[in-house]
Design a protein around this ligand. Structure first.
Ligand SMILES: [Cu+2]
Length: 138
């Protein structure tokens, strides 16, 4: 009986020591990972959806982005020629979608800041023929 009690006391002591070690390890490990910035995860996420209808020869955005933020433009080619979408402006040197075949769709995710952006189709002379618009954000 005395032996059992003593064994139990030893066990409790060992468990307490392990818990103390685990607690210390957890605290120092948590401090290291907390340094990761939460903004970097946002950049890769998909943005607010914008439907882009492209045809000969116009580009129509629904809804038109009016606030700074990340947007995912989904290009719907409703025309009979291939079309694409290019965006250039503050913080965006130039981003281009793949060229989308008639009846197909493609995505382009861009982070917009306050300012003026140009959106156009770079296939042949489509830009000169009307597939060119200015978007004011902010
Ligand atoms: Cu085009």
């Amino acid at each position: 009986m005395g032996r059992t009690a003593r064994d139990r006391a030893v066990m409790v002591g060992v468990v307490a020591a392990l818990l103390t070690l685990a607690a210390c390890g957890g605290t120092s490990g948590g401090g290291g990972s907390a340094a990761a910035p939460s903004t970097s995860a946002k950049a890769t996420a998909t943005g607010q959806p914008v439907s882009v209808v492209e045809k000969e020869f116009s580009i129509t955005l629904t809804p038109k982005p009016v606030q700074a933020g990340t947007y995912t433009f989904t290009i719907h080619n409703m025309g009979t020629f291939p079309h694409n979408l290019n965006i250039k402006g503050p913080g965006v040197a130039q981003q281009s979608s793949a060229t989308v075949s008639p009846g197909q769709a493609g995505d382009l995710t861009v982070t917009l800041q306050q300012g003026s952006y140009e959106l156009w189709c770079s296939v042949d002379s489509h830009k000169d023929r009307g597939m060119d618009l200015t978007l004011k954000v902010g």
